[in-house]
Design a protein around this ligand. Structure first.
Ligand code: ZN
Length: 242
């Protein structure tokens, strides 16, 4: 779904839920924000094709945080690119993504569950990439407040709480806020983070205050999708509640 010039919000159906990776693109290349699950790479590729970027090189993969539904597609996506894209993550989540620290939420029980859900080859790739990696997965780390020269200017907002290194991304040319899991949406209504999967709710609510420095025209929540109209007011209300 084209939500603004050069910005495509994907609607990736995982069965029990739909998630929303974002594509930023120009005539020459594209950037992917979050990668879906290990088994959803073919569907993600199909959506990228429908968005018109199927034949362009993927230059960057921006990870909002370390959770499986955000990083899971990474190995499958990298395997299909001729030239490796640059993979970004926040320094507080990068060690987990690089297999040097335990994940906050991908426990050994969850890994066992994944083993049963995935094909042996998908699980093998997951295991080699994240559990016993031979090389780092993250090429570059974000600094809070930096503006990446991607899509005409993409500002990194460190919004910890859901995970320590969770970031949101603000696309300057279109005033689009990619919230990751720092906020969720339901029926077009913007809400704070999901307490069930947010280990540090106090910090996560505090993080929402950082959004008040940005003039936001629309928000993409990974869970819940697009929210438009009065979003600055809505964000201010959510932030003041903390
Ligand atoms: Zn998450």
């Amino acid at each position: 779904m084209r939500i603004a010039e050069g910005v495509e919000m994907l609607e990736l159906n995982l069965g029990p839920m739909t998630i929303h990776p974002v594509i930023l693109f120009d005539r020459d290349s594209w950037t992917l924000v979050d990668t879906g699950m290990p088994f959803s790479v073919p569907a993600l590729r199909e959506l990228a094709k429908q968005a018109g970027v199927g034949d362009l090189p993927l230059r960057n993969v921006l990870l909002t945080h370390q959770d499986i539904d955000h990083i899971g597609g990474l190995p499958g996506i990298l395997a299909e690119e001729r030239e490796a894209p640059v993979v970004y993550a926040h320094p507080d989540d990068a060690p987990a993504i690089d297999g040097k620290q335990p994940f906050v939420k991908i426990t050994p029980e969850r890994v066992e569950q994944l083993r049963q859900q995935m094909s042996p080859s998908d699980f093998g790739l997951f295991e080699r990439t994240f559990l016993h990696p031979t090389r780092p997965n993250v090429d570059r780390t974000y600094a809070d407040g930096e503006t990446l020269p991607i899509g005409g200017g993409l500002t990194v907002i460190h919004t910890p709480g859901h995970t320590p290194g969770h970031v949101s991304l603000y696309h300057q040319p279109t005033r689009t806020l990619i919230a990751g899991d720092a906020m969720v949406a339901a029926e077009g209504e913007l809400n704070g983070p999901n307490a069930r999967v947010t280990p540090n709710m106090e910090q996560a609510m505090e993080s929402l205050k950082k959004y008040k420095n940005f003039d936001v025209a629309r928000v993409v929540c990974y869970h819940g999708g697009l929210v438009e109209g009065d979003v600055n007011e809505r964000i201010a209300k959510l932030a003041d509640r903390s």
